[in-house]
Write a protein that binds this ligand. Structure first.
Ligand code: NAP
Length: 651
């Protein structure tokens, strides 16, 4: 017995698309990865050939799409054989719909991607044993020379597909049921059949699709056919003839296969130091490419978290959030696939059900709901912190601000802090600005980092000569250190001083100038200084106040400064529209910023009465509105005054 050393933090078992993407993710986030694969060479087979919108986003963010080259769009999809348009998920999305990419090509590209990032890939190496220790995992491996050897690493991930050895060896519970229906599949040369897609016949359902290389992919199910026995061409041809009445026996079978409607999922995606991803964690009927896409999205969800764990930079519980996030997504996918299997494999008994489903699918809202689910766009994931800050070719509804940078003035506390945290949750790198309260600013940064986000603090006093210049010295330096350039995508002018409530008669000229200098002049010159750093499509949000719409004489000067801020929004929105930069005002009402008054219950009760909802606003209530305005979804809003007062202005 030899013991071959490995410098890997994580052993990934299986060099299919899921294992290869995971290895790349681990490397990209600073962990050392070793992939073990039984097959000496890739099979060249392509069980799956469809990429969905979320997967396309993941690939775009990592530069994998560039390596794949242009992919043909596949047109509408189906739900249990009923036609519906996957692009309905988000018609304007750059990757709306479904995209063709043969698995064999995907594997080749992902292998190169993972290798280029430094992952070691050993082919012809089979895992035969697995032991967990207190601080790691030991595996017994059979090498190509048939010589067994042992390897250790901190963690091991099974990406070894449906018949997962890792799942077996580590004792995962694999709940669910086996297949009771089967679909036969074959790639056959020498046929000239009409293309059809899940066409229903009296005795079954059949698909024929002639690929550009002239080979025809066939799929056929005879109603009631249960799995069992060998799949040979004779059997496929007999089933094809029984269902369609066509004779294909003269064709040359190149690949034969079958799949069933089994539905199983491990109850836990993690057992100690062993985790599962892809088909190793969930087995489902491979319909519409969901199995491949689900697995790839598992890998993207796991990679950065596991890397943080092994590099000692994860907050407590981060790794367990992989199960918490991905298990429900897997369960939901299995449910929709079982529903599809019913619609697909059923004979006359499902005709009524199919008719009703078909009617429902003609409704936009239903199409959109299902399309978002299948495309992976309705998943709530903790955003991945930016590992590499390259411009995002697409956009994501999950990590909606990934690779974006933001400056939030006055984000040491209050609404600014909540906004910084909310933007970081969506993936943005945030400059946290403050002037006096360094400790509070560092707390904001720590809050963001604990959640896996990225931020840095910048000090600059506003309202004094040279304020914007000083601020941007720090912002530019911070950005350059982290992303190698000083690009600023999002600016939130939030810092402000509020009058404590002085009658108009009592305000001195010095006080008047001070309020204007901090609240109105500073935002103006911050915008002026930010614009050369802001790419087209950037976002500016100015924080005003509901007080510009309701009279409160004791805060006259404060309200005047906010009136000026609103003018900044209005005129800049027109000025910057040609560059696709949106400029909007968000006007909070009374908002708990952690100030002393919010500790006095009677005062809070009195203030709460002003809102239609009879409570004071929380900083998050405002931060979420600002964050929305920063996203792609808000691209059509500019020059707007957004009332975020909880209905205070309704009177
Ligand atoms: P806050 O808790 O008072 O925090 C103010 C922030 O601005 C702090 O980060 C502070 O930094 C910074 N700041 C203040 N003066 C500054 C100066 N001269 N130079 C640089 N930074 C300065 O604020 P908030 O209540 O969350 O309010 C945020 C924004 O919302 C303001 O524009 C405010 O007018 C507006 N607003 C608030 C309410 C409300 O009820 N809270 C209602 C309507 C509108 P340090 O921590 O370093 O001091």
């Amino acid at each position: 017995m030899t013991r071959r050393a490995t410098a890997a933090d994580v052993i990934v078992v299986g060099a299919g698309p899921v294992g290869l993407l995971l290895a790349a993710e681990l490397r990209e986030n600073g962990a050392r990865a070793l992939v073990l694969e039984t097959l000496p060479e890739p099979t060249g087979e392509s069980r799956a050939s469809v990429l969905h919108t979320r997967t396309m986003e993941i690939f775009a963010e990592r530069g994998i799409l560039d390596r794949l080259g242009p992919l043909p769009a596949l047109g509408p999809g189906h739900f249990g054989g009923l036609r519906f348009d996957l692009a309905a998920a988000e018609p304007e999305h750059p990757y709306a719909g479904q995209w063709e990419c043969l698995q064999s090509r995907l594997e080749a590209v992902l292998q190169r991607h993972a290798s280029d990032l430094g992952a070691e890939i050993r082919r012809g190496h089979t895992v035969t044993g697995l032991t967990q220790t207190a601080d790691g995992v030991r595996v017994r491996v059979l090498g190509p020379d048939r010589e067994p050897y042992d390897l250790t690493a901190a963690y091991l991930v099974g990406c070894d597909g449906e018949p997962s050895t890792v799942r077996e060896l580590a004792g995962f519970e694999f709940a669910g049921r086996d297949a009771d229906k089967e679909m036969l599949r074959a790639d056959v040369a020498g046929l000239t059949l009409d293309d059809r897609r899940l066409k229903r016949y009296p005795d079954g359902v059949a698909t024929a699709y002639r690929r550009p290389d002239g080979v025809t992919r066939l799929m056929v199910h005879q109603y009631g056919a249960a799995p069992g026995g060998e799949v040979d061409f004779e059997r496929v041809a007999a089933a094809w003839s029984a269902v369609t009445g066509e004779d294909i026996r003269h064709g040359e079978p190149l690949w034969l296969n079958r799949f069933g409607n089994a539905s199983r999922q491990v109850t836990q995606y993690r057992r100690g130091r062993v985790l599962l991803a892809g088909d190793a964690a969930h087995v489902q009927m491979p319909v519409g490419g969901q199995a491949l896409n689900l697995g790839l999205q598992d890998a993207a969800g796991l990679g950065w978290k596991l890397a943080r764990e092994v590099t000692g930079t994860a907050r407590p519980g981060l790794l367990d959030s992989y199960h918490d996030e991905r298990h429900p997504v897997g369960a939901r996918t299995l449910t929709n696939i079982q529903a599809q299997a019913r619609l697909l494999f059923g004979g006359q008994e499902v005709t009524a059900l199919r008719d009703v489903f078909g009617e429902l699918l003609r409704h936009d809202a239903v199409q959109r709901h299902l399309a978002r689910m299948i495309s992976g766009l309705d998943v709530q994931e903790r955003p991945r912190p930016p590992a590499r800050h390259t411009p995002t070719p697409g956009r994501s509804t999950v990590d909606r601000l990934i690779d974006k940078t933001a400056l939030v003035t006055g984000s040491s506390r209050g609404i600014g802090r909540a906004t910084a945290v909310a933007l970081a949750r969506q993936g943005a790198l945030v400059a946290v600005h403050y002037t006096a309260n360094e400790q509070a600013a560092q707390e904001t940064v720590a809050l963001i980092e604990q959640e896996g986000g990225a931020a840095f603090a910048v000090r600059a006093e506003l309202g004094v000569p040279g304020d914007a210049h000083e601020l941007f010295l720090g912002v530019e330096q911070g950005l350059k250190e982290r992303i190698g350039e000083s690009r600023l995508d999002i600016l939130v002018n939030n810092a402000g001083v509020t009058t404590t409530g002085q009658p108009p008669e009592d305000i001195t000229p010095e006080e008047f100038d001070r309020y204007f200098a901090v609240n109105a002049r500073a935002p103006y010159f911050i915008v002026q200084r930010a614009l050369p750093l802001m790419p087209d499509g950037g976002r500016i949000v100015n924080i005003s106040s509901g007080l510009t719409r309701t009279a409160n004489p004791d805060q006259l000067v404060y309200a005047m400064t906010k009136g000026a801020v609103e003018q900044l929004t209005l005129h800049l929105a027109r000025h910057l529209a040609p560059r696709g930069i949106t400029v909007n005002t968000v006007a909070p009402g009374i908002t708990n910023n952690g100030g002393a008054i919010f500790d006095i219950p009677e005062a809070v009760e009195a203030m709460a009465q002003l809102s239609a909802f009879k409570r004071v606003g929380e900083a998050d209530d405002v931060a979420d509105v600002v964050t929305f305005l920063a996203t792609h979804e808000a691209r059509w809003i500019t020059g707007a005054f957004i009332d975020a007062t909880g209905g205070t202005l309704l009177g």
